[in-house]
Design a binder for this molecule. Structure first.
Ligand code: SAH
Ligand code: SF4
Length: 368
């Protein structure tokens, strides 16, 4: 009989599996706790199950973990984790420690179909969607790793930084809403109080603008934050830098979906805006941006373009970036500039690229 992969089971499927084993119902939560709360790596570690129960479980199931690979640490504390999936594909996650929070940027696809012209992940094409457990496991694995560092009392964790994972952003490789079913199932597990149990307001999903899925996502009841990669203020420019998505869902359609998005009380949409020198960074762009988002409760995150060899764009100078931000702020918007982080280890939220090719990547610190 083929073994059941425990991490692939939804909350409800867990109950069914435990019932099929002939175990009492409460056992399902015991096993879920070992996986999602205590984050064990072997069934044998489930010590509140008798030896014979553990043996039965081992004969019928495996945990089904993603495999950690190369791991790099930047001088600024940013860490990049490479994970190998059961079919040999590779993904990356990036941990960004800050004074008051630790944010993990996770991947939702291997590659991406959307081909935005400024993004390295796009150049990979889509290799495949991740399964829910492959998305959740990035979080479990990094949480376990951070805990072991706390236990060992490593110096970098004793300098007043938050020691545990506080925030998760779906901004790594891939377009999360193009993998809707598995991503929403992963979010259910990440926010379920009896599974990973992260607060929904600590999680942010970033989309390039898949309008029908944005609508569905708003009605899903998941209540995690939504970030929308706007990146341009005219269709002409957006067609050029995000050709696949903008031809399907042009700016006015996207902004209408944002305007109608059912935000929970006191929440705002985050608009991401990658600043590309001479393309979308003019004062006129800033003023147009103000007009476009008028009336939408939102914050804007400005991301100065991260350059890479052969990139068809470049990063505007600091003055241009600050001027752009100033116009937004004077127009009444909340606007942050994202700091670049971890350049020395070549990690990037949104432009990670795996496979054997030696591709440079950079990282952004994520403020929400
Ligand atoms: N597919 C989703 C999420 C991953 S991309 C999306 O597009 O929103 C995450 C963010 O990284 C997006 O806002 C994207 O615009 C940005 N990004 C991609 N390439 C970049 C680059 N070279 N420099 C700066 N930001 C980039
Ligand atoms: Fe895909 Fe987002 Fe990169 Fe566009 S910016 S290619 S949607 S990962």
């Amino acid at each position: 009989m083929e073994k059941v992969i425990l991490k692939q089971l939804s909350f409800e499927a867990f109950d069914v599996f435990v019932k099929d084993l002939g175990w009492p119902k409460y056992r399902a939560q015991q096993v879920r706790d070992w996986i999602y709360q205590k984050r064990i790596s072997r069934i044998d570690e489930m010590t509140n199950l008798s030896k014979s129960d553990r043996a039965l479980l081992e004969s019928r199931a495996v945990l089904g973990e993603i495999e950690p690979g190369l791991r790099q640490q930047s001088a600024d504390g940013t860490q990049k984790f490479l994970f190998r999936l059961s079919d040999g594909q590779e993904i990356e996650s990036v941990l960004i420690p800050e004074e008051d929070r630790n944010t993990l940027c996770i991947s939702t696809q291997v590659g991406c179909t959307l081909d935005c012209t400024f993004c390295l992940t796009g150049t990979m094409g889509l290799v495949r969607n991740l399964k829910a457990h492959e998305i959740v496991d990035q979080v479990l694995w990094v949480q376990r790793d951070m805990e072991s560092e706390v236990k060992q009392d490593l110096p970098e964790r004793t300098t007043g930084r938050a020691s545990l994972l506080t925030n998760v952003v779906l901004m790594g490789m891939g377009e999360p809403l193009a993998n809707y079913r598995e991503v929403t199932e992963a979010l259910r597990r990440l926010t379920h109080p009896k599974m990973v149990g992260l607060a929904p307001r600590r999680i942010t999903l970033s989309t390039s603008g898949l309008v029908p899925q944005i609508k569905k996502f708003g009605e899903s009841g998941l209540n995690v934050n939504l970030a929308v990669s706007l990146n341009a203020t005219t269709n002409a420019v957006r067609d050029r830098i995000m050709p696949v998505i903008n031809r399907q869902f042009p700016l006015e359609t996207l902004l209408r979906a944002c305007r109608n998005y059912p935000l929970p009380p006191r929440r705002r949409i985050f608009f991401e805006y990658v600043l590309l020198k001479g393309v979308n960074d003019s004062e006129e762009d800033a003023r147009r941006l103000l007009r476009l988002v008028k009336g939408i409760p939102c914050k804007v995150n400005l991301i100065p373009f991260n350059d890479y060899p052969g990139a068809p764009f470049s990063r505007p100078g600091e003055e241009t970036v600050l001027r752009f931000q100033k116009i937004l702020i004077e127009g009444g918007l909340t606007a942050f500039i994202r700091k670049s982080r971890g350049r020395d280890i070549l990690a990037a939220c949104g432009q990670l690229r795996t496979a054997t090719e030696d591709r440079p990547t950079l990282i952004e610190s994520v403020r929400s």
